[in-house]
Design a protein around this ligand. Structure first.
Ligand SMILES: Cc1cc2nc3c(=O)[nH]c(=O)nc-3n(C[C@H](O)[C@H](O)[C@H](O)COP(=O)(O)OP(=O)(O)OC[C@H]3O[C@@H](n4cnc5c(N)ncnc54)[C@H](O)[C@@H]3O)c2cc1C
Length: 378
């Protein structure tokens, strides 16, 4: 039995693992193991690719804000095209839900303010909207399209350039702590060893924790479904903002000449290769035809993915107090792509420096708020 020794072992090569691995590779030897043939098969390859800095709980917004400069100006060679490109978002609510607009506007950070617009202005910006569906609306100019694949590939490239090793087709099935090292055994019998293990296994993070004999963090994967339909240049020009139903958390947006739509579905699921269900797709079509002038003749493509949450819907990043050298990086919910630069850096700071840098503490981000302990019963 040969053991592959590193300073850091990352389990899971989605965008979270890749960002953390690339950051850690500046400080030591990193091996990243992935059970699929290639990185990006699960959640990281199934997102809506929207950068929405006013979305999610306060800790999420603060971490996203800490990584925005990276996404706007990545290091040279990281990506050949901009990672963020203009989109904007119109959020509308129907009669009875008007108060939601006050709530969204109050929650927006001062550095990313939103503005109320009239229902008619909303329909002018988004001609596909049915006027009767809109009682109040707001415009968020800070929402952009995000090249999720370029972000993921950029981190994988940076990881490799810094000497990191990626081992695909290696499903970790056993973990053991011996002589100050984590020994991770894969289904094919390879053993990967390192004193520090980073659990970035997405929906499977609690499964990895259990292999290490740790208490779960209560991670709940939730399935969300998306469809692609034909574009409509009159109702949905390429410049169409993302159109978001604030009460239903459903949205439609341009996607490479077509339209992508997703419902606010959050169906609890075990960790798995999530697949779209007919009922969920029918509900997206029903929502589109009730709220917009679009007629859906054919669904060209559909997919489902898992968004994983712990009870407080904030990400988990920190060492487990129940053992040595086991770092959780999980619970990125519906924000994991835009969180990746901030969380990757947070992971490096907590592991290599033992504390968060001022880029995070200055935004009120604390190790205690991120740590796994908060997810366990007191
Ligand atoms: C429909 C949808 C829309 C979304 N839209 C957005 C959006 O607009 N903006 C945004 O920022 N986020 C969005 N998200 C959320 C985002 O996609 C996720 O938060 C993010 O991809 C999570 O990345 P991850 O690396 O933690 O997980 P994953 O990408 O799932 O990576 C985990 C990896 O671990 C591997 N793994 C698991 N177990 C093992 C094992 N035993 N051994 C080895 N490897 C293992 C898996 O194969 C997987 O590749 C969306 C998600 C969905 C589903």
């Amino acid at each position: 039995m040969s053991v592959r020794d590193s300073d850091f072992l990352v389990i899971g090569a989605g965008v979270s693992g890749a960002a953390a691995a690339a950051e850690l590779a500046a400080d030591g030897k990193v091996t990243m193991v992935e059970m699929e043939e290639r990185p990006g098969y699960h959640s990281s390859g199934r997102s809506a690719a929207l950068f929405t800095p006013n979305y999610g709980p306060p800790l999420v917004r603060a971490i996203v804000a800490s990584g925005t400069a990276f996404l706007r100006t990545p290091p040279s060679g990281f990506a050949s095209e901009p990672l963020l490109s203009p989109r904007q978002a119109v959020t509308f609510v129907g009669a009875g839900d008007e108060a939601l607009i006050d709530q969204f506007m109050a929650e927006a950070a001062p550095e990313t303010p939103v503005e109320e617009i009239s229902p008619q202005q909303a329909c002018d910006l988004a001609p596909l909207l049915r006027r009767e569906a809109v009682a109040r609306a707001m415009l968020d100019r800070h929402v952009t399209d995000m090249d999720a694949n370029a972000i993921h590939q950029g981190y994988l490239k940076l990881f490799k350039a810094r000497g990191g090793t990626l081992a695909c087709d290696q499903r970790i099935v056993g973990l053991e702590r011996a002589a100050g090292n984590w020994l991770a055994t894969s289904a094919s019998g390879e053993v990967f060893g390192a004193p520090v293990l980073i659990n970035a296994a997405g929906a499977w993070a609690d499964e990895i924790g259990r292999m290490a004999g740790l208490l779960p963090i209560g991670l709940q994967p939730m399935r969300r479904t998306a469809i692609i339909i034909a574009g409509d240049p009159a109702l949905a020009p390429a410049s169409l903002p993302a159109v978001d139903d604030g009460a239903a958390e459903s949205y439609v947006k341009p996607d490479a000449g077509r339209l992508m739509a997703s419902l606010g579905d959050a169906t609890p699921s075990p960790p798995c290769d999530a697949q779209p269900e007919d009922l969920d797709m029918a509900m997206i079509v029903d929502w589109l035809e009730r709220k917009t002038h679009l007629t859906v003749r054919r669904i060209e493509h559909s997919w489902a993915g898992l968004r994983c949450f712990v009870a407080d819907h904030q990400p988990v990043a920190g060492f487990d107090p129940g053992t040595d050298g086991f770092f959780w990086l999980a619970g990125q919910g519906g924000y994991g792509i835009m969180l990746a630069p901030g969380l990757g850096r947070i992971t490096r700071d907590l592991i290599c420096d033992g504390a968060l840098g001022s880029a995070f503490t200055g935004r009120g981000i604390t190790a205690a708020a991120l740590g796994p302990d908060r997810c366990r019963p007191a």
